[in-house]
Design a protein. Structure first.
Length: 239
């Protein structure tokens, strides 16, 4: 897989590349490269943003800046990239990132991530230069860099060899093996911590019982999570 990240802060990803599973993935021939949006800007003095039409606070990354960066990286007309390449703009209002989408992206041979900043991108980036607009949650970050790391982390760890063991990612939260439920609880030594004991079933050596217990716990946690989400949904509030 080849991942390109377009950003105003390419050095932020130096730390990310040093994480073990990322190093493993890169050592196996996968690529993660950063592209500095300022390097190819058509504006003077490295400018990439401008004031928003209609007024308001903050600055907006210009569409011609993103166009120039994509053209320099891939050649040809950036308007024709989106149908054949996953060009993903990271923005709070995009499609919610989840395990299903992470698995979908892990099947791609090449993806491009566009990291916004300030008030984000000119909307024409979303509409005409990106194939997808993606959000990692309903909250606001200072830029798309941390969101890009979240996406890359979730995707790269799905690649063969990234985790060092083929079975490491099979029974994880929201995986097919757990039917989309959160992962079951884990325990390790000490078996007795201030009177809080490890469940007996995990000490039984009965793998069938353990598998059943883990499935039940995953289901219980899933129901608990859905219940909390329902409680926090303002549509369910009484007025």
């Amino acid at each position: 897989m080849k991942i390109d990240i377009f950003t105003l802060f390419p050095n932020w990803f130096d730390w990310f590349r040093e994480q073990r599973h990322v190093r493993n993935a890169l050592a196996l021939g996968n690529e993660l490269e950063t592209v500095d949006l300022r390097a190819t800007t058509p504006l003077t003095a490295g400018q990439v943003d401008d004031t928003p039409y209609g007024g308001g606070a903050g600055m907006v990354i210009r569409v011609d800046v993103v166009e120039a960066a994509l053209r320099a990286r891939y050649g040809g007309d950036p308007l024709e990239l989106a149908p054949s390449r996953r060009v993903i703009a990271l923005a709070p209002g995009g499609r919610q990132f989840d395990e299903t989408l992470a698995s979908e992206l892990a099947e791609e041979s090449e993806i491009t991530l566009l990291c916004g900043r300030y008030e984000g991108f000119d909307e024409r980036v979303h509409e005409h230069l990106a194939s997808d607009v993606l959000s990692i949650g309903q909250y606001v970050l200072s830029g798309g860099e941390l969101a890009a790391m979240v996406v890359c982390d979730a995707v790269l760890r799905k690649l063969p060899g990234a985790l060092g063991h083929e079975d490491s990612a099979l029974e994880e939260s929201f995986s097919v093996a757990l039917e989309g439920a959160p992962e079951y609880p884990h325990y390790t030594r000490p078996g007795d911590w201030h009177g809080h004991l490890v469940p007996d079933v995990l000490l039984s050596g009965d793998h069938q019982r353990i598998a059943a217990w883990r499935a039940d716990e995953a289901s219980r946690l899933s129901q608990l999570r859905r219940g909390r989400a329902s409680e926090n949904d303002p549509r369910n509030s009484l007025h």
